[in-house]
Design a protein around this ligand. Sequence first.
Ligand SMILES: *Cc1c(COP(=O)(O)O)cnc(C)c1O
Length: 510
Amino acid sequence: MTIPTTASGNRGLQLEQGLIFEQNTPGMSGVDLPAVPKVADRLGDMKSTKNIGLPGMSEPDVVRHYTRLSQKNYSIDSGFYPLGSCTMKHNPRLNEKMARLPGFADIHPFQPVSTIQGALELIDTCAHWLKTLTGMTAVAMSPAAGAHGELCGLMCIKSAHEANGQGHRKTILVPESAHGTNPATAALCGYAVESIPANAEGRVDVAALRAHLRPEIAAVMITNPNTCGLFERDCIAIAEAVHEAGAYFYMDGANYNAIVARLRIADLGVDAMHINLHKTFSTPHGGGGPGAGPTVLSAKLAPFAPVPMVIKVGEGFDVEEHAGHGTATQSYGRMKGYHGQFGVFVRAVSYMMAMGGDGLKQASGDAVLNANYLLARLSEELTPAFEGPCMHEAVFDDRFLKGTGVTTLDIAKALIDEGVHPPTMYFPLVVHGALLMEPTETESKATLDGFIASLLHLARKAKSGTAEAEFKAAPMLSPRRRLDETKAARKPILRWLPSSDSNGTRQAAE
Ligand SMILES: *Cc1c(COP(=O)(O)O)cnc(C)c1O
């Protein structure tokens, strides 16, 4: 099959269009503004001397330009998005409706506390659910994302060590399979990071962990379920060993969707864990935000939690703003302005209340069922990285591509031609040529079957030994073909300059 080149550069109804500055018709305007009245010039030499260079366009051209840009953004609302570790699930529209209620959307954090009692009650309700689900003593609501919640947990741990004369503990243990944010957070917090290996099963090697524990260790950070999509079965033994060594047990709870309403985190001996509300409790989070990363804390760490804290006073609520008062007796201070990502709290409470405890339990069960369905069906042609069932995500290695000349990247690019957003690739790093897929509970069997059919077809085609060139050319049907992603990341071109012929035509970009 050869893809025809078109005179317009368009592919079907996917229209090719230059940047807005390349569509400039000097002097054209979509609005008819009155002439600027003459005023005395008070700007002196700050006065601009040349045109500011806004492109001249009509209103319909502006509307089309931005509508087309919005359509280039693949999202969970456009189709299946099996990106592992990201929990890209459907976000119920009810949550959006609640977040837009004027009583929630049109208030300001500087309003007198007496006028925002409902908002404070909502934050308290969200905190109550998180504490009830996890069994933990306290929750810091202000962290603005998962990584920010990790920072919050480690700041509490650091403060606790310092308060207990253990400030010399300067190292944090992180498993090889950890999400990149774990070592990054530890480093940002001033800690040295030491890696602990995984065993052949893809879980933390407890013996190796024990061997690393010593008086310099401040904490251990473990993701559960881990990034190999597996439940860390030895958490209780890990917690005991860590506590015996005088360190704290931090759990990365970004994958909480797989276990919510099925176990109490407190029962595993965890001291701190962030919860990605935008993942588990459903807020749209493609493209980097907004999110919220409340951090649940054990009784030992609760006094060090950041301010502000919403507290119950009589029948109403108040905001504790300063360290050393009320519950925040040894608070390490403030992480950000105001009370946290309020709009995300509204969505989370709306989601939790609509689902109920039984609904949340069904969601985690269905998320795990869907992932195991992928694991079982895809094992027909692909090679699972680990033996046995998985939790909420299925991970395959690239043994099934051995000798074919086709790589994990080629499969991912060919999936774009199939109309599927590629899964996470080459992560976790401990799996060679990894394909990590998280279907979530909100995908139907029909959607999963379509995805499975595409992937099995590609695997068979790769194994046929005759399609290597075709794979290397993929994607063929998308507006842009294979890009040099390393170059794009390392040497991004961030500034548009008019081309020398500057007649508005776009240079071929392939
Ligand atoms: C998503 C994720 C994070 C980071 O969360 P952000 O909200 O993106 O900062 C941390 N750990 C794991 C395992 C994750 O999946």
